[in-house]
Design a protein around this ligand. Structure first.
Ligand SMILES: [Zn+2]
Ligand SMILES: [Zn+2]
Length: 307
C-alpha cells in the first residue's frame, strides 16, 4: 500500500506543483490503483511514473472545483485507448454524473470499458473482503468530502514450527490449511487453522480529505488513522484568510492530526505563494504541533506500513 502524489498545489498549476491528484497503489493487496482527484495535467504527470491507467479500479473525487476534476474526462478517455478493459467506478459529489456524461458525450468519446458513476452522501460507500470505505462531509465552497479507507484485519502467518511439530511436512497442504478453518489430512487427522496460525495482521486506516475549513469534530471519525492526508493551503497565521476561502492552515491540519491521534500527517494542496524556504517554514509550524508531519511534493511516494 503506497501513496503516490501526482499534484500537490492549490488552485492553479505552478512550475513546482501541479493541481490535485494522488494515487493509492494497492498492487500487493488487489493488483489495482485507486485515484483521488484528477486535476488538469494528471495524465501528463502519470507519464512520468510507472503508474498504469489500466490498473485504475476506483476514482474518488472530493469536490467539483476545477483544480480537482479538469483532468478526469481526459484520463477516462485515454484509459480506453491504452487498452483498459476492466470496469472503473467514480465516486464524488452531486453533479459528477452530469459533468462526466456531458464531457464524454459532447466530445464523442466512447469508452471500451464499463464506467459506473456514484454520487455520494456522507456514510459508507462500499465494503468488500478487504476494505470498508466511508465518505465524510467537509466544509468548503462546494460540497466536499473526505474518504476514509479501513482495511480489514487479515489472517496471521502460518507457523511452520507448529505444523512441523504436528508432523505436517511443507508443501501445497500449507496453503490449504491457511485457506480453510479446518483441514482433514490424508491420515484422517484434523488440523484446526486457529491452532497453527499467528496473530491477525491489523488492517490499516487511511483518510484522504478534500478541500475544507478546519473541522474539529472530524477528530472522531479520523481517530487512530495510520495516515491522514489533509490540505494545507495557508500558513499558520492566515486563519482568517483560510476561513474566508473555505480552506485550512498548516497549524489547523496539524491540530486535527494531534487531536485524532493519527500515525502520520501528510499535507498537500499547498498554495503557490509558498515556495522553497517558506515551505520549510510551513513544515516547522506543523511539526511544532504534530511532529510526524510531511509536506508532500509532486511525485512524492509514501509507503503505508502495518503497525
Ligand atoms: Zn482545490
Ligand atoms: Zn476547492
Amino acid at each position: 500500500m503506497e501513496l503516490f502524489f501526482l499534484g500537490t498545489g492549490s488552485g492553479v498549476p505552478s512550475k513546482e506543483r501541479n493541481v490535485s491528484s494522488l494515487v493509492l497503489r494497492l498492487l500487493e493487496e488487489r493488483g489495482t490503483t485507486w485515484v483521488f482527484d484528477c486535476g488538469e495535467g494528471t495524465q501528463q504527470q502519470i507519464l512520468n511514473t510507472n503508474i498504469r491507467p489500466r490498473r485504475i479500479e476506483v476514482i474518488f473525487i472530493t469536490h467539483l472545483h476545477g483544480d480537482h476534476i479538469y483532468g478526469l474526462p481526459g484520463l477516462l478517455s485515454s484509459r480506453s485507448f491504452q487498452g483498459g478493459e476492466t470496469p472503473v467506478t467514480v465516486y464524488g459529489p452531486r453533479g459528477l454524473k452530469d459533468y462526466i456524461d456531458i464531457s464524454l458525450e459532447l466530445s464523442g468519446t466512447h469508452l471500451r470499458y464499463p464506467l459506473y458513476i456514484e454520487e455520494v452522501e456522507e456514510g459508507e460507500l462500499f465494503e468488500d473482503e478487504q476494505f470498508i470505505v466511508e465518505a465524510v462531509k467537509l466544509e468548503h465552497g462546494l460540497e466536499s468530502y473526505g474518504y476514509i479507507l479501513k482495511e480489514k484485519d487479515q489472517l496471521g502467518e502460518l507457523q511452520p514450527d507448529k505444523l512441523k511439530a504436528l508432523g505436517v511436512k511443507p508443501g501445497p497442504i500449507y496453503q490449504r490449511i491457511k485457506n480453510q478453518p479446518r483441514t482433514v489430512l490424508e491420515d484422517g487427522r484434523v488440523i484446526h487453522r486457529n491452532e497453527v496460525i499467528g496473530p491477525p495482521k491489523k488492517g490499516r486506516k487511511v483518510a484522504i480529505l478534500g478541500d475544507t475549513r478546519y473541522l474539529q469534530h472530524l477528530a472522531e471519525v479520523l481517530k487512530d488513522s495510520d495516515v491522514l492526508v489533509h490540505e494545507a493551503t495557508f500558513a499558520g497565521d492566515e486563519e482568517k484568510m483560510a476561513y474566508d476561502y473555505f480552506h485550512s492552515t498548516v497549524k489547523q491540519a496539524a491540530t486535527l492530526a494531534e487531536k485524532a491521534n493519527v500515525g502520520e500527517l501528510i499535507l498537500n494542496h499547498v498554495s503557490s505563494r509558498y515556495q522553497g524556504d517558506s515551505v520549510e517554514e510551513l513544515l516547522d509550524e506543523a511539526q511544532t504541533i504534530f511532529p510526524n508531519t510531511t509536506i508532500a511534493y509532486d511525485f512524492y511516494q509514501h509507503p503505508i506500513k502495518r503497525t
